[in-house]
Design a protein around this ligand. Structure first.
Ligand code: NAP
Ligand code: MG
Length: 518
């Protein structure tokens, strides 16, 4: 991103001597945990502890839910507030995020290891735009007047669902926070949000901004803590009306189960995928090379949208692989706080080990390691951008279950997700129909991409792909206006766009008996 721009002209991180917000945020106040416990958060680039954070558990979640419930009761300041004023508050929060943008980007980079310019431009931009988009919706959420049979009149109203829980992953902590909070508040709900245990810092800073923006107490509550305790309490809470989750399939299934066994709260899930790209010989080759590689290694490959399976038409396969290697050489590995860096460390030792294990298995089973494939330095969490070609369906890297690497199969025995590591896996295909079948041969269906200069082919293939998003001649093109979510086991429901409003509203039908037919 910083290519060719002198370092002095780039935005710079701020010096963070001490993180200001490390407590549980309930009712616009900072609380210590009821248990007295805290947990450390680390900088993945150095392994150093950044600070300790108060650890919310079930009792703290209960306290947060009580606050959120009181704030959404009929007659409360939030419920009585004009919808346009809700929109103004969301804009006010966006303004404060603009003001604190360098600090928020620095905290995000310290906590996740993602390159600073990526935090500054992509994550902050996406977060602020999401807020402003839903700020605009607040006073435009309305029902319909319906032409019903006989002498009745019917209209619908869209009302808030109530208290909404959100469980956030560590790969895009701030962005996922906004994808959930912004539509929830726009529709008039209140929220209880659990950031990922690895990355709580930006969420807590947002707590301070929520208060400063003037949101009434209890509208937003933030409970940093662990999944099996704080997260599970949200999923099974009897007084939470809806939960939105982004993360692994395994935990997504637990969330649904917890809902079923508690109060049948609504559940929306975003669980990643094994996302296919189909690159046809008639494409703009350099564009396809660059976009698919970004798709695979962006954010160190830690993306639900990661381009896990790149199918390239046979006639351009060798050239595509050659150019992919050349492009990978330009990736700048380094200190994430250095604005010139484009590739940082993985989030944790656990994720690092999983990825290295899969890379090793790929080498052992005979996939062709074209580039990278090693850790960078000793005892770090950095992994080189890695390219494999010649992957065969029987290889473990082609069908590994949980850990996302090259996971795809063409034999119908698909079980895996994307690897969540900076690994690009390139396959060849001969015929369009074959590429479509292999692309769809997955129990996931989050995103896909097609590279071709033929609009007819682009539209034909995009119609056949079983994914919630199809990108044509681009990758990771996400916008606040565009719905995002998966087919099949990639999840339920949609985030972003007008579609997300339905996930955060109840529809009430009001039917009136008339004395005569109109
Ligand atoms: P994860 O366990 O699914 O974590 C996602 C969120 O769920 C975190 O806030 C986590 O809390 C919470 N959680 C964990 N167990 C829970 C439970 N029993 N009940 C309620 N909430 C719970 O993901 P991970 O372990 O961090 O990463 C493992 C794999 O998940 C990755 O390799 C990747 O394949 C996938 N993943 C996908 C996405 C995505 O964008 N779709 C994002 C992250 C990870 P903690 O903070 O305690 O973990
Ligand atoms: Mg951290």
């Amino acid at each position: 991103m910083a290519e060719g721009i002198p370092a002095l002209l780039l935005p710079q991180p701020v010096k963070v001597h001490e993180v200001r917000h490390t407590k549980i945020f309930i009712n616009n106040e900072w609380h210590t945990s009821i248990s007295g416990r805290t947990f450390p958060t680390f900088n993945p680039a150095t392994g150093a502890k950044i600070c300790d954070v108060e650890e919310a558990d079930k009792e703290d979640v209960d306290k947060a839910v009580q606050a959120a419930r009181a704030a959404e009761q009929r007659g409360s300041p939030w419920r009585r507030m004009d919808a346009s004023s809700r929109g103004r508050l969301l804009h006010q929060l966006a303004d404060l995020m603009e003001r604190d943008r360098r600090l928020l980007a620095t905290l995000e980079t310290l906590d996740t290891g993602k390159p600073f310019l990526q935090s500054f431009f992509i994550d902050l931009d996406g977060s602020i735009k999401t807020l402003r988009y839903y700020a605009g919706w607040a006073d435009k959420i309305h029902g319909k007047s319906l032409p019903v049979d006989e002498s009745f009149m019917c209209f619908t109203k869209h009302e808030p669902v109530g208290v909404c829980g959100a469980i956030i992953p560590w790969n895009f902590p701030l962005l996922m926070f906004m994808w959930k909070m912004a539509p929830a508040l726009s529709c008039g709900n209140t929220v209880v949000i659990k950031p990922a245990e690895q990355t709580p810092l930006t969420a807590l800073h947002i707590g301070a901004l929520i208060k400063e923006a003037g949101f009434p107490p209890g509208v937003v509550n933030i409970v940093p803590g662990f999944g099996p305790t704080a997260g599970a309490s949200i999923a099974s809470h009897m007084d939470i009306d809806k939960v939105a989750f982004t993360g692994s399939t395994e935990i997504g299934q637990l969330i649904k189960e917890a809902s079923a066994k508690s109060n049948l709260k609504r559940v929306t899930l975003e669980l990643g995928g094994k996302n296919p790209c189909i690159v046809f010989a008639d494409c703009d080759l350099q564009l396809a090379v660059e976009e698919t590689q970004k798709g695979a290694v962006y954010n160190q490959g830690q993306c639900c949208t990661a381009a896990s399976r790149i199918f390239v038409e046979e006639s351009i396969y060798e050239e595509f692989v050659r150019r992919s290697i050349e492009t990978a050489k330009k990736i700048v590995i380094g200190d994430p706080l250095d604005p010139q860096t484009s590739h940082g460390p993985q989030i944790s030792r656990q994720q690092f080990d999983k990825i290295m294990d899969l890379i090793e298995s790929g080498k052992e089973e005979g996939a062709r390691l074209e580039y990278g494939g090693s850790a960078v330095g000793e005892k770090t969490l950095y992994i080189q951008p890695t390219i494999f070609s010649g992957v065969k369906d029987h290889m473990r890297i082609a069908k590994e279950e949980v850990y996302n690497l090259f996971q795809f199969t063409t034999d119908g025995s698909d079980t895996g997700m994307e690897i969540f590591g900076p690994v690009q896996c390139i396959f060849s295909f001969k015929r369009q129909q074959e590429a479509i079948e292999r692309a769809n041969n997955s129990k996931y269906g989050l995103v896909s991409a097609v590279f071709t200069t033929s609009m007819d082919r682009a539209l034909t293939v995009s119609a056949a792909l079983e994914t919630g998003t199809v990108w044509i001649n681009c990758y990771n093109a996400l916008h606040a206006q565009t719905p995002f979510g998966g087919y099949k086991m990639s999840g339920n429901g949609r985030e972003l766009g007008e579609y997300a409003l339905a996930e955060y509203s109840e529809v009430k039908a009001v039917t009136i008996k008339l004395s005569e037919t109109l």
